[in-house]
Design a protein around this ligand. Structure first.
Ligand SMILES: [Cu+2]
Length: 308
């Protein structure tokens, strides 16, 4: 009896046949291929390959923050370096999504998302100006050092002094609005370990937007951060501007692969009429999208203690 209970729980993970290699998204070099990585510990084929940003140092590369804004809510300099194997700053990068390096900053409560493109000094110091609310912020550097074909994401925390009132994670929603009249609707479900199509449709004042502007070699750029540890997921657009088959809206299509069930915060950057805007969603990934996402996992009711 007991074995059946345990087996039933595991079956959901062991069930899928090995996933075929995801089709390479068009238009961008680098981060798409997702070769096997030794740290993938999960048993789900294809899962977790894209979770990044959880370490300040990986594969010999280290994110070294050298300056942060010293007053909350005031523009200040954020400066950092990528130290390479051997400790010297990296100065050569292979562009991904049109930029040599992408910097994401978000407070640990997942509020205050910023997507920045710092400028590098010749010595390898990257600088940008930003204003940060009080609290602990996660800084993600998403880049491909020269010589590596695959992008990597390093992350670290920085602290900004001041009274910090954490913002609760907004409830799950399939509709997001921007302050200036855009509504973005999300369709699709995030299934852990599965390449999950996600479509985001943009409307302005109720009318579908069909003249989105290219931004970072796509019509939208989507970042997903796992609630709880801010694991950073690359999400790939399924088409690119000018490929002859990708429309400039209203729908922007992505394929997301999240490593585990539970809530994520999704941040869509899109450009229209010369301005980049961000629409945010809370999405709960579930193995069975029809099931209540918050259902607790059944623990085997064994009386056998595992610890002391
Ligand atoms: Cu970027």
């Amino acid at each position: 009896m007991l074995a059946l209970v345990v087996g039933g729980g595991v079956g959901a993970v062991a069930g899928p046949t090995p996933a075929p290699a995801p089709e390479a998204p068009t238009g961008t070099a680098g981060s798409a291929a997702a070769p096997p990585r030794p740290e993938d510990g999960g048993g789900t084929p294809g899962a977790a390959t894209d979770a990044g940003g959880l370490a300040v140092s990986e594969d010999g590369y280290t994110l070294d923050v050298t300056d942060t804004p010293d007053r909350a809510d005031r523009p200040g300099e954020l400066a950092f370096r990528i130290l390479g194997p051997g400790g010297a700053p990296v100065t050569a990068f292979t562009p991904t999504h049109d930029k040599p390096l992408h910097l994401i900053v978000v407070r640990r409560d997942q509020s205050g998302f910023q997507h920045l493109h710092p400028v590098m000094d010749p010595d390898g110091t990257w600088r940008t100006t930003t204003a940060l609310a009080p609290g602990d912020h996660r800084v993600f550097a998403d880049f491909a050092p020269d010589g590596r074909t695959e992008a990597m994401t390093l992350g670290r925390d920085i602290a900004v002094a001041g009274a910090y009132g954490p913002v609760p994670l907004p409830p799950p929603s399939t509709v997001a609005t921007t302050p200036d009249g855009y509504t973005v609707t999300l369709t699709g479900a995030l299934v852990p370990g599965t390449a999950s199509p996600v479509t985001l449709s943009v409307a302005r004042d109720g009318a579908p937007v069909t003249d989105l502007q290219p931004y970072l070699a796509a019509y939208g750029h989507l970042v997903a951060l796992r609630t709880g540890d801010l694991a950073y997921l690359h999400v790939h657009p399924t088409g690119s501007p000018g490929d002859g088959r990708t429309a400039a809206g209203p729908a922007i299509e992505f394929v997301a692969e999240v490593p585990s069930a539970g809530p994520y915060r999704l941040y869509l950057d899109f450009a229209h009429r010369g301005v980049v805007r961000t629409a945010e969603f809370t999405v709960v990934a579930a193995a069975d999208p029809g099931a209540p996402a918050g259902a607790p996992t059944t623990h085997a009711e064994s009386g056998a203690p595992h610890g002391h």
